[in-house]
Design a binder for this molecule. Structure first.
Ligand SMILES: [Zn+2]
Length: 498
């Protein structure tokens, strides 16, 4: 900076403080700042930080939409697509919607006597169309009085309507999500694309299905060994795993480019019998050795379900066992997606810890009940030290668990230095977007601009991309932030000062 500019800046700063409306001086001041500083200062003004200041929500919304977002790494493929897309697919396949239960009728033609509406008629019937959207997503769940299910049931039930049709064309769906991602300033998605297959049930499953999470570890491992050997020699199951890996390759082929990458996670349903959960986990780990598009494993489904609660520790032990057999596959686990009252207090004490300590999860999905965990302070310290990131899904958490605003533990994680990422979970079901999730993050928690940027970078640094791919994505993100700050600075410099 020249000798002349320093006193000019100081003089202007003083004048700005006293006479904020001094147009010429203010413009000189802004003109002399770096793009980063202008962006940061503008962000501070719209975020409403400080005593009695309130966020300027419209400006924050624009800022959130322009912001580079890095990656969305807690992302369910089927829950990301909007119901309107699924209705388009119903139409394209010549299917119809059963008027009595809002489900897709897959028989063509529909059974005689079925009360079934083609998609065009669904759209033409305003009342039925709105009802369908309300069942296939959380649309209008809480903005007017009507008969509703409990919120977590409403959420999980939506998948019953569209799961089958969502599998009709993974490539088509991924192309829609890629386009949306690029429109939203995302450059990477790590999605839970296809559920890992389970082995056919056999009479030999009985011992595994009788396991208790409280059994001795050696007894559990002995049973898992038996199941492992059986699966290794099950040619039909091995064939289904090959086909699973091939379907991931096929769906993701050609999606990567200079501005966008996509990788997938295998997922298993936590509310199935133990033998099915274990074989599905095995399939996910095994398939990851056959395709580099599969970079992680997750466990999904309502965590407060009776089976999920009963078998939670058993599932963590299964994952630990399989990590020993297939080292290298990363775990991002839904854990602690619970709030007080959903389950007895004892059920809130150990899920996050066991995901970290037993299964060795590198990322935690939601982590909502951290405040209720036994020795939560020490667990937080451990997560910070081990760099276990927490995936924050604000819209989803508000609806499913009723946790939002200042009660959301995102502030606990930030305070304790545990890395966080902002993600969507199921933007189609929540009728949200990654930009909106950042808008909520900024307007509710008022992170500094440096923390906001750090959070965006976390979405690449804590992704399961290879180190080489991460380096490429970080470089791209650097370029995007430079362009973003240039754009915001130009916008601010162009504002009439009044
Ligand atoms: Zn999720």
């Amino acid at each position: 900076m020249s000798n002349l500019k320093q006193p000019v800046l100081f003089f202007c700063t003083v004048l700005l403080t006293i006479f904020f409306s001094h147009v010429t001086c203010a413009q000189t001041y802004v003109a002399n700042q770096s793009d980063y500083a202008v962006t940061q200062n503008y962000y501070v003004t719209i975020i409403g930080k400080g005593f009695s200041a309130i966020p300027r929500l419209a400006q924050l919304n624009l800022f959130a939409n322009l912001l580079p977002k890095g990656g969305d790494i807690h992302h369910h493929y089927s829950g990301a697509l909007y119901a309107e897309t699924y209705l388009d697919w119903v139409e394209a396949k010549g299917l119809c919607i059963d008027r009595t239960n809002y489900k897709v009728e897959f028989s063509v033609p529909p059974p005689i006597g079925a009360d079934c509406l083609p998609a065009a008629q669904v759209r033409a019937d305003e009342a039925f169309y709105r009802q369908l959207l309300m069942r296939w997503s959380d649309k209008d769940y809480s903005n007017h009085s009507h008969e509703t299910l409990p919120p977590d049931q409403q959420f999980f039930k939506t998948f019953e309507y569209f799961t089958t049709i969502s599998e009709a064309d993974h490539k088509d769906g991924l192309l829609i999500l890629k386009q949306r991602a690029m429109d939203e300033g995302l450059q990477y998605i790590e999605t839970m694309l296809i559920r890992a297959p389970s082995a056919q049930p056999t009479a030999l499953d009985t011992a595994l299905d009788r396991l208790s999470p409280l059994d001795r570890e050696a007894d559990i491992d002995a049973e898992l060994d038996v199941a492992w050997t059986r699966m290794e020699n099950d040619t039909e199951f091995q064939r289904s795993i090959l086909s699973y890996a091939a379907s991931i390759d096929k769906a993701t082929d050609g999606l990567d480019g200079p501005e966008f990458m996509l990788r997938t996670q295998a997922y298993v349903m936590r509310n199935d019998r133990p033998s099915a959960v274990f074989s599905s986990m095995y399939a996910g780990f095994n398939a990851a050795q056959k395709t580099d598009k599969l970079v992680g494993m997750n466990i999904v489904g309502a965590e407060n379900n009776a089976i999920a609660m009963r078998d939670y520790r058993l599932h963590m032990r299964m994952l630990r066992y399989l990590k020993g057999k297939f080292p290298g596959l990363n775990l991002a686990l839904h854990a602690g997606e619970l709030s007080l009252g959903m389950v007895p207090p004892e059920g809130l004490r150990h899920h996050i810890r066991e995901a970290v300590d037993i299964a060795g999860a590198r990322r935690i999905g939601h982590g909502l009940d951290i405040a209720y965990e036994s020795d939560a302070d020490r667990l937080l310290m451990k997560m910070k030290q081990k760099k276990v990131a927490v995936e924050i899904n604000l819209s989803s958490n508000a609806l499913i668990a009723g946790v939002e605003g200042s009660a959301h533990p995102v502030t606990i994680y930030m305070q304790h230095g545990v890395p966080i990422v902002i993600s969507t979970d199921d933007e189609g079901v929540s009728r949200s977007s990654i930009s909106h999730e950042y808008f909520l993050f900024m307007s509710r928690y008022q992170p500094s601009y440096a923390v906001l940027k750090q959070t965006v970078y976390n979405s690449i640094r804590y992704s399961f991309l290879t180190q080489a791919d991460q380096a490429v994505q970080i470089q791209l993100l650097d370029q995007r932030f430079t362009a973003f700050e240039k754009k915001i600075a130009a916008m601010v410099r162009g504002f009439p000062m009044q």
